[in-house]
Design a protein around this ligand. Structure first.
Ligand code: ADP
Ligand code: MG
Length: 651
């Protein structure tokens, strides 16, 4: 990157009248920066007496006096810029000054003599000469020529038009890309392979420029002309291309309106005839001020086109053309003041390099071929693009054994052949992908299995629901059974009370009802048997029903029944009653035994009576008395039974 301020030069146009020569002086001490002193004449200037200052001093890079020829101007001003353009930097040379001060003469040159040719033809000549000399690079030159008049751009190199006025030329418009780069739409770019071709383009443009000019529009004084040399260079075989642009700018006349006097306030207040020069000054003021963020480039087409030349990526040079005649002193001072501001602007020129992809491909292809050749020499084998079938098989075998090898130190040796290495990677990748797909399918089949298990789960649910239902049913059955039991108990109570009544009813007779025969006809064991069998039968039927019921019940129900019994509010009473019942049962049993004993005694007594009938007279009386005794004990036993059952029924 090259950082430098805009270089400013002054060129004084030769004056016709010799008496004008005393109004300026040039101080060109080699050690000091050259300065131009403009001395205000003591006599009247435009009829006004100058009472203020006598002279103005302006510093320039270099000041070229009237005798400086075009060659000197080119050598000192344009040549260094052309050299940097050849090196790949952007460059701009612009001439600024009032109309008639020699801008066009300096930039383009005079038409009269060959030696009057200006910066453009000389620069073209220099560039072609240098590019032909330099065999290390290939140069390509393109030319464009733009005229800006009244904020409109015109292509001076349009070959289709024979312009009779500026309006006949194609209009050029400005386009700005997202990176804020300026593009000129409709501005034709013409390749020039030789200096002659380039000069012809210059003449074409100048011709168009002159034809377009009429005394009415005064295009030359009010328009800006920008001749641009687009230079590309690259080293042979390299893909890097350098692009540089050289703008050679002939600005519109800088003269101003309100030209009422010289010096002082009036000069600064004067306005440019050309509005875009006003905007150029605004840009230059903005650029010369520190910390100024916004630069009003967009205000005019000229400042937009010259954006890079002013404070950007460009090496820029200004030539202040001065027509130092008495009547032009104010304009000359204005021009010099403008130049002083321009000198403050810093530019940063960079090399505009880019890679040409087309060239890069060619270069790489060449390099590949060279490397292939080199490899063939080293390995002794000519490698083709693809591996052979046998080689591929061999590689796949190697990969398989490598993958199967449990040794962590094992290696996959395929040599230094990149084709083989790549194939191995591809194969491994494929295996990995296959594995992934397989895993996916396994997972999906597992998911499917799970889906299959869903009905199983459903079954399980069903099973559980059934069990639940069963339990519910069991509970219902238990509840029903409890209800039934309660009912049975009530029935039993009812039955026992009925039995008891029946028993009470038959209590008047010592024998059970329905026996038509009296005690006499009764078999010896009959009464006891009757009572015994009815009591035992009832009890056994109860017990039987109870055990039957228990047997009918499932274990769960039995358990539930036991819990119910245990937790019942009357469980203690039941238990107590049970104990009482047991006790009474054993008492009844003992009485039964007594009865049996009494019965056998009766039997025996009856037998004795029968014997007495045959042997003694008191026998029948005794037997009768004994029978009464026995009957009494039998009745007592019956009551005990009866009480027992009453108690049992009350439970
Ligand atoms: P501008 O373009 O600034 O309006 P021109 O370049 O057209 O001025 O110059 C006006 C006239 O002065 C032209 O005829 C030109 O040939 C002549 N002229 C300008 N500068 C010089 C110079 N240094 N030597 C000889 N003639 C010059
Ligand atoms: Mg001119």
């Amino acid at each position: 990157m090259v950082k430098q301020t805009i270089q400013i030069f002054a060129r004084v146009k030769p004056t016709v009248r010799k008496q004008q020569q005393g109004i300026y002086s040039i101080d060109e001490d080699e050690k000091l920066i050259p300065s131009l002193e403009i001395i205000l004449p003591r006599d009247l200037a435009d009829g006004f007496v100058n009472n203020k200052r006598e002279s103005y001093k302006f510093k320039f890079q270099r000041i070229f006096d009237q005798d400086a020829n075009q060659e000197t101007i080119f050598e000192n001003i344009a040549k260094p810029v052309a050299e940097s353009v050849l090196a790949g930097y952007n460059g701009t040379i612009f001439a600024y000054g009032q109309t008639g001060s020699g801008k066009t003469f300096t930039i383009t040159g005079g038409a009269e003599r060959y030696s009057d040719r200006g910066i453009i033809p000389r620069t073209l000549s220099y560039i072609f000469e240098q590019s032909q000399k330099d065999s290390s690079k290939i140069y390509t030159t393109h030319i464009s020529y733009l005229e800006i008049y009244n904020e409109c751009g015109y292509d001076l190199l349009d070959p289709r038009h024979e312009a009779s006025s500026l309006e006949d030329l194609p209009k050029v418009t400005i386009l700005e890309d997202p990176d804020q780069n300026i593009h000129l739409k409709n501005l034709s770019l013409h390749q020039a392979t030789t200096e002659e071709e380039a000069l012809n383009l210059l003449f074409l443009g100048d011709t168009n420029r002159m034809i377009a000019e009429t005394p009415m529009n005064q295009a030359s004084t009010r328009s800006h002309c920008i001749f641009t040399i687009h230079l590309s260079s690259k080293e042979p075989g390299s893909a890097t291309v350098r692009h540089a642009k050289l703008h050679l700018v002939d600005l519109a006349g800088s003269e101003r309106v309100a030209k009422t006097g010289v010096g002082g306030l009036l000069l600064t207040e004067a306005k440019y005839i050309n509005l875009s020069l006003h905007y150029l000054e605004q840009v230059i003021i903005a650029l010369s001020e520190k910390h100024r963020l916004h630069i009003p480039y967009r205000n005019s087409m000229m400042t937009s086109v010259l954006r890079d030349s002013l404070g950007g990526n460009c090496m820029t040079t200004m030539i202040a053309t001065l027509s130092l005649e008495k009547r032009n002193i104010d304009e000359s001072i204005s021009t010099c003041r403008f130049a002083q501001r321009v000198a403050l602007i810093k530019n940063e020129a960079v090399l505009n390099e880019e890679i040409d992809p087309r060239l890069m491909i060619i270069r790489l292809q060449k390099e590949i071929q060279e490397l292939k050749d080199e490899l063939a020499i080293v390995t002794g084998e000519q490698r083709t693009e693809a591996l052979t079938e046998a080689e591929l098989l061999q590689l796949e075998k190697l990969i398989t054994s490598f993958l199967e090898d449990q040794d962590p130190e094992s290696r996959l040796e395929v040599g230094a052949d990149m084709r083989k290495i790549h194939h191995c990677f591809h194969h491994l990748k494929k295996l990995l992908q296959d594995k992934k797909i397989h895993e996916k399918s396994t997972v999906s089949s597992e998911i499917k299995d799970q889906n299959c298990q869903e009905p199983l789960k459903e079954e399980e649910h069903k099973k559980l629901r059934d069990i639940l239902q069963q339990r519910d049913n069991e509970i219902n059955i238990l509840v029903n059974m409890l209800k039934k039991e309660k009912k049975k108990a009530q029935d039993a109570l009812h039955l026992s009370s009925m039995d008891r009544n029946e028993f009470r009813h038959s209590q008047s007779s010592p024998f059970p009802p329905g026996n038509p025969e009296g005690p006499r006809t009764l078999p010896s064991s009959a009464p006891t048997q009757v009572h015994d069998s009815s009591a035992v039968g009832y009890r056994s039927s109860l017990l039987h029903r109870k055990t039957e019921m228990r047997e009918e019940m499932s274990l769960g129900r039995q358990e539930a029944f036991e819990i119910f019994k245990r937790d019942h509010a009357d469980s203690v009473t039941i238990e107590d009653n049970k104990q009482i019942l047991k006790q009474r049962f054993s008492e009844a049993k003992a009485l039964g035994e007594n009865i049996n004993e009494a019965r056998s005694k009766i039997g025996r007594t009856l037998a004795t009576l029968d014997q007495g009938k045959e042997g003694g007279k008191n026998g029948p009386v005794y037997s009768l008395a004994l029978l009464h005794i026995l009957l009494g004990s039998a009745m007592r036993a019956y009551f005990v039974f009866n009480n027992f059952f009453l108690g049992g029924a009350n439970l």
